[in-house]
Design a binder for this molecule. Structure first.
Ligand code: FAD
Length: 420
C-alpha cells in the first residue's frame, strides 16, 4: 500500500477498523459522518442511554478531523465581542462561555478514555507576523481578560524563547488551549463511543435519507437504518445524500508538511513547552511539534491545484526563514484539507424534522465540534429541552460561495507569490 502523505495517518497510535453496515437496523439516533462532531455525539448519546449508529462513508477521520493542525483552541476564530455583536448579548455569551471551557472538555475526554493522542494542554501562541499584528492580539487579550480568561501578551523576546524563532514580534498566550494528534483523538472518540454501546460502520455512505411518519429512513449500499433522530455531521466533506442536507459554504484549503526529526539541540530550542502556534497573517500559517519530534508547518492554499507551485515555493522560503537550522527533505509529501467557512464565521446548526445538521466551524472545529456533538446528543436525549450552544435555525444560505472560495485561494496565491 502506498505510504500516505498525511503524517497523522503514518504516525497514528490509535487504530480503528469497523465493518460496513450490511443489515437493517432500528436505532434511536443515527449519525452520518465519523469526525469529531459525529463521534462526540455518538459517545454522549450512548452514555445517555440512546441506541446509536454512526455511518462513515470512508474511514474514521477521513474529513477535516483527520487532517487538521491539532490546535485545541478556546472560543472561535472571531474575538468574543464580535460574537456578541453578531448573535446578540445573550446568545453570544452562552456560546462564548461554552467554548471558553471547550478545550477542558476535550482534554477531560482524552483522560477519561485514555486516548493516545499526544495531548499537551500547555497553551497555544497566536503570533504577530508583523508589527501590525500586535494591536489585534492586544485587542483580543483585552476582550478575553474582561471575561477572566487566562490570556496574556508576550513580547518578542519571550515569544522567541517559547518558539525557537526570532521571526515574530510578540504573541498572545492562551493557557486554556493545547495540542493533540487529531487523527488519534477522533479514532479514540470512536473507540470510546463503541465501548459505550454505539454501533460504528465505516465504508458506509448514506446514499439516501428520507423523513416520514416520525421516522428517518437512511439507506446505505448494503444496509438500512430506521431512526427517530438524525445528525448530519459531514461539514465540508458531504457526499451523496449527506451533501443535500448540508448547505453550501465557501471553502478554504489548508496544507501541511513535516520536517525531518529535530536533533536534541534543536528540540531544546524549538517549542520547548510544546505550544501550538498560528499567526496573524491574513493568509494564516501554523506550526507545532509532532510526537516524533518533527515540526508540522502549514498554511492556507491548495497544494494540489493550479497554484501548487506557488504554495510549494513559498513553503520552502518560509520554513528556511523561520527555522533556518531545520531540514525538510520530503516537501513533496504534503497533505491538505478543506475548511467550511460560514458567512459570519460562526458554526451553524439547522434543525428540522427531528434532524440536526452542524457545519461551518470556519477553521476551529476540534473543541467546538466536540462540544456541538455533545450538545446535539443532549438535545435529542432531552426531547428538545436542553438547547445547544449555537442558536438553531431551520434555514441557512450564503451567497456566492464558489466566488468566495476562489477569492480565498487567489488571496493565498497572491500573498505566497510576494512574501518571503
Ligand atoms: C487542514 C485543516 C486544519 C485545521 N486546523 C484546525 C485546528 O488546528 N484546530 C481546530 O479546532 N480546527 C481545525 N480545523 C477544523 C476542523 O478540523 C474541522 O472543523 C472539524 O474536523 C470538523 O469535524 P466534523 O466532524 O464536523 O467533520 P469532518 O471531520 O469533516 O467529518 C465529516 C465526515 O463525514 C463523512 N461523510 C461525508 N459524506 C458522507 C455520507 N454521505 N455518508 C457517511 N459519511 C459521510 C466524511 O467522509 C467525513 O469523514 C482544520 C481543518 C482543516 C481541514
Amino acid at each position: 500500500m502506498a505510504k500516505s502523505n498525511n503524517h497523522w495517518i503514518t504516525s497514528a497510535q490509535e487504530t480503528s477498523v469497523y465493518s460496513p453496515l450490511d443489515q437493517k437496523r432500528t436505532v434511536d439516533f443515527a449519525i452520518i459522518g465519523g469526525g469529531f462532531t459525529g463521534l462526540s455525539a455518538a459517545l454522549t448519546g450512548a452514555q445517555l442511554g440512546m441506541q446509536v449508529a454512526v455511518i462513515e462513508a470512508q474511514s474514521i477521520g477521513h474529513g477535516g478531523s483527520g487532517r487538521n493542525v491539532g490546535l485545541v483552541n478556546a472560543g472561535l476564530w472571531l474575538p468574543p465581542d464580535q460574537i456578541e455583536e453578531t448573535l446578540g448579548k445573550q446568545a453570544g455569551s452562552k456560546l462564548i462561555q461554552r467554548l471558553s471551557c471547550a478545550p477542558d472538555v476535550v482534554f477531560s475526554l482524552i483522560d477519561a478514555h485514555g486516548i493516545d493522542c499526544d495531548a499537551h494542554q500547555n497553551g497555544t501562541l497566536h503570533l504577530a507576523h508583523s508589527p501590525a499584528g500586535l494591536p489585534d492580539l492586544e485587542n483580543r487579550q483585552a476582550q478575553w481578560s474582561k471575561r477572566q480568561a487566562p490570556v496574556s501578551i508576550l513580547d518578542a523576546e519571550e515569544t522567541q524563547k517559547l518558539t525557537g524563532t526570532s521571526a515574530y514580534y510578540g504573541a498572545l498566550l492562551d493557557k486554556r488551549a493545547g495540542v493533540i494528534q487529531p487523527l488519534d483523538y477522533v479514532r479514540g472518540l470512536a473507540r470510546a463511543a463503541r465501548s459505550a454501546g454505539a454501533e460504528i460502520y465505516e465504508n458506509t455512505p448514506c446514499v439516501a435519507a428520507r423523513f416520514g411518519s416520525g421516522q428517518w429512513q437512511i439507506t446505505t449500499p448494503q444496509g438500512h437504518i430506521c431512526a427517530k433522530y438524525v445528525l448530519f455531521a459531514t461539514n465540508a466533506y458531504g457526499q451523496m445524500a449527506a451533501a443535500d442536507y448540508t448547505p453550501k459554504t465557501s471553502i478554504v484549503h489548508y496544507f501541511q508538511c513535516v520536517s525531518d526529526p529535530l536533533s536534541d539541540e534543536q528540540r531544546a530550542m524549538i517549542l520547548p513547552q510544546n505550544h501550538g502556534c498560528w499567526d496573524t497573517g491574513l493568509i494564516m500559517s501554523s506550526f507545532r511539534l509532532t510526537r516524533d519530534h518533527r515540526i508540522a508547518f502549514g498554511a492556507m492554499g491548495n497544494p494540489q491545484g493550479i497554484g501548487a507551485p506557488i504554495h510549494r515555493a513559498w513553503f520552502k522560503r518560509a520554513v528556511a526563514r523561520i527555522f533556518p537550522t531545520v531540514t525538510w527533505s520530503d516537501t513533496d509529501r504534503m497533505w491538505a484539507g478543506k475548511i467550511a467557512m460560514t458567512a459570519e464565521k460562526i458554526p451553524q446548526i439547522l434543525y428540522r424534522d427531528n434532524s440536526a445538521t452542524v457545519f461551518g466551524y470556519s477553521g476551529r472545529g476540534i473543541a467546538p465540534g466536540t462540544a456541538a456533538g455533545q450538545d446535539i446528543a443532549e438535545f435529542f436525549a432531552s426531547h428538545g429541552r436542553k438547547l445547544p450552544y449555537v442558536p438553531m435555525t431551520d434555514r441557512y444560505r450564503d451567497n456566492f460561495t464558489s466566488v468566495k472560495s476562489i477569492y480565498y485561494e487567489m488571496g493565498a496565491r497572491a500573498v505566497h507569490t510576494v512574501s518571503k
